[in-house]
Write a protein that binds this ligand. Structure first.
Ligand SMILES: N[C@@H](CCC(=O)N[C@@H](CS)C(=O)NCC(=O)O)C(=O)O
Length: 122
């Protein structure tokens, strides 16, 4: 039964991923220099996520539209899942890992992540 529910969930996730790719439109354009500056800052950010999670898709869509190629970490199993639990405090995705001045912040909640990215980069 759990297997069946997981299958349906992943199938729905895949459909949302495809719809997202088809409908997401264009990304924010910056000058070459401005984009390079932004990408330099993005080196301190990473998104812990599941491929088919609707909240992650929503966050990745916002990242795409803001033209923010942030590193993605698959937290569905293995090292990154353990790291998220150990350092972030819980396995919930999406979660944005922010490193600033030697301090690491784990930002949960898709709406808060999107708001943070918009405030900082749009
Ligand atoms: N309110 C949260 C909901 C996030 C959420 O429910 N994420 C699910 C995946 S879609 C999760 O991490 N569940 C824990 C798990 O599957 O272990 C948000 O908007 O980010």
């Amino acid at each position: 039964m759990t297997l069946f529910i997981n299958l349906i969930r992943n199938l729905l996730g895949l459909i949302i991923v495809i719809l997202d790719v088809i409908t997401r439109g264009s990304k924010l354009k910056r000058t070459k220099e401005a984009q390079a500056q932004v990408e330099q800052e993005l080196k301190n950010l990473s998104l812990y996520q599941f491929f088919a999670c609707p909240f992650c898709i929503k966050t990745r869509r916002a990242m795409y539209k803001l033209n923010l190629p942030i590193a993605k970490r698959n937290a569905s199993q293995g090292h990154y899942r353990e790291e998220l639990l150990r350092e972030g405090g819980k396995v919930q995705t999406p979660c944005l890992r922010i490193e600033e001045g030697g301090k690491v912040t784990w930002l949960y909640e898709s709406s808060e992540i999107i708001q943070y990215l918009k405030q900082r980069f749009s």
